[in-house]
Design a protein around this ligand. Sequence first.
Ligand code: PEP
Ligand code: MG
Length: 537
Amino acid sequence: MIQGYGLPVFPGVAIGSSVVYRKAQRSLPVSCGEPAVEQAKFDAARETAREQLTALFEKAKVDIGEEQAAIMEVQLLMLEDLDYLDAVAAAIQGGEAAAIAALDCGEEFAQVFAAMDDEYMNARSADIRDMSHRIYDILCGNTGFQLPEGSFLLVAEDLAPSETIQLPRERILAFVTRQGSSSSHTAILARTLNIPSLVQSDIPLDVAEDCQVLAVDGFTGTWYADPDEETMKLLLEKQAQAAASRQALEAYRGKESISKSGKKVLLCANIGCAEDAVAAIAADAEGVGLMRSEFLYLGRDTLPTEDELFEAYKKVAEIMGHRPVVIRTLDIGADKQVSYMGLEQEENPALGLRGLRICLTREEIFRPQLRAIYRASAYGNLSMMFPMVASVWELKAAKALCARYRAELEAEGVATKDVPIGVMVETPAAAVLAEELAKEAAFFSVGTNDLTQYTLAVDRQNAKLGQFYDPYHPALLALLGHIAKAANDAGIWAGICGELGADPKMTETFLKMGYTELSMAPGRILEARKLVCESEV
Ligand code: PEP
Ligand code: MG
């Protein structure tokens, strides 16, 4: 048995086989022979890539239909691209190893495509990157992501949102990553899926790869590779106890979330897609307090169309019925990157072009989203809010666009409803300006993950800064109190949708401050209701 530790992000015990996800790493040692040898290696790898892509294309045609499968066909065509092949040959002649030449030339071409003034060509940049990474992986012997049948624990150095989106969620028993933080998106996904998970763990990827059984104790933050008999017995006991506690919380299903002195709170779910809305209903959520709409943009090669967005929002609205649903408009940028938007690499992405900043400067991105939200408004109880607001003018500008696109739809004869517009308070500027913003907003929802990051100037993604990322910091509590007071004085509601919203230590404090909505991973709702119902506040 080998054991180690990590930062637990969701309690529980998971036991099963492990799968290790390794990214193509430019830093892997690559041997380099004579140019003729390297060229022969490249040609052979290109042939293997062709076979793999042909097989994938045939499978995709059956699984997802011919139109969607066309992406594989595009990559097959790129394998024949003479400019790319010439560039690789020249790099190999210049002394590069085949693997590095394939990867670097692919990246160069991808950047050229991304910079073109044509949406279709921009989207091809991701295809080129994928294709060159495939050749690189073949040359380096990277087997990539080989998923076994059945369920498994997923181990990785780190996982980007665009990677987690492609995972078969229902088969994952736990995440164990070496990087990441408690507010990273892997952690958020783990909570949404109710699976015990560790970030910042010390698990060597080779150990995870070689073991027969991996176990994760999300209560203590411990992982065990091939646990011995005694440990296994204890883990199974803990697993049974956790199931019993979950069962006990069932007594709160269907109850009103109201404190002993009569303070009513709406306990809502954070979701990313329609599938999560089903989980929200199953978890007895009273609404959706945060739909992270950017998940509709991740893990694909082109912008979703207005119709695709409309269908997704409509589905969520219909699943939630009369219950309120707050859609957060696109929050791409920082740790959530998509190659097809052609966004430049930034020195400081968390402080860069992200969230509402992209939407206000890229009409072709914002217009379809806002129109889709208004079209879907007819099917449920929708509100929307904007991420990363720092100034009143940004809110006013975004509201003006909402009015314009709604009027456009009305003129086209499309039925829409009023959609209350709120602000996601996640910059210190928005918190300080809460009184001003409250004059223009229908509600506030506090994103404590980013508000903590920006108030304390601590990168939420940086595993080494864990001890400095303090969501209970007095500066943060002062801002939280200020935001709730400004909302209450203005007669609008205020909620918390960051990870702190589910923190049992904070429930009473939030009630005292005047928050009337808490939004969290669906699996936390019954526990929060128990706390609200037992509170004297
Ligand atoms: C937040 O910042 O608290 C939040 C809820 O948004 P995200 O985690 O998606 O940035
Ligand atoms: Mg945020």
